[in-house]
Design a protein around this ligand. Structure first.
Ligand code: ZN
Length: 180
């Protein structure tokens, strides 16, 4: 059984948002196109308290229950079976969807007999990277849909480096058109 994990496709991470990922909104049509190929679709949200150590590193973004924390309005969110909330504590970056506090993601997927996890969303060099590497650690065959992710690129090579690190950890890179 395979599942799609959509990471943090939220207003604040898209152009015009508080922590915009360049081209972040370009992942939306790709993700919408592939969702139907997965019996299980889950999506994470960065869901921060107003005050967090995380905001010493980043501009304030994705504060829970604010418009910036909503999914991008173009995302077909009706297909999302479970929303995964992370970064919910004031001492917690919550880069990985496997660190969610509202649901144990690994257990959720295993209960549904998911063996293969496809990862898409934002941003390649932080939450996508951490989530994909944790997926491998949790025993899932893990695929990165590389035309359905975008990087922050605080340093210009960060996205490319993150791709190499994921690959070294055992993540398989795939393009959306190659998903069987
Ligand atoms: Zn955050």
């Amino acid at each position: 059984m395979r599942a799609l994990l959509v990471v943090d496709v939220q207003i604040d991470f898209c152009p015009g948002g508080a922590l915009a990922v360049p081209g972040g909104d370009k992942v939306v049509p790709v993700i919408n196109r592939i969702m139907d190929r997965f019996p299980v679709v889950v999506a994470s949200k960065d869901w921060h308290p107003r005050q967090s150590v995380h905001f010493g590193k980043w501009p304030v973004h994705c504060v829970r229950n604010t418009p910036g924390a909503e999914f991008h309005p173009g995302l077909q969110s009706v297909k999302i079976k479970q929303v995964i909330l992370k970064g919910t504590k004031d001492k917690d970056d919550g880069y990985s969807a496997f660190e969610a506090t509202n649901v144990d993601l690994a257990a959720y997927l295993k209960e549904r007999n998911v063996t293969d996890l496809y990862v898409a969303g934002l941003a390649t060099d932080y939450c996508v990277r951490a989530s994909a590497i944790d997926a491998v650690k949790n025993g899932f065959a893990t695929y990165l849909v590389e035309d359905a992710v975008a990087a922050v690129n605080v340093h210009p090579e960060d996205g490319a480096r993150a791709l190499r690190e994921m690959e070294a950890a055992g993540v398989v890179r795939i393009r959306s058109g190659e998903i069987p």
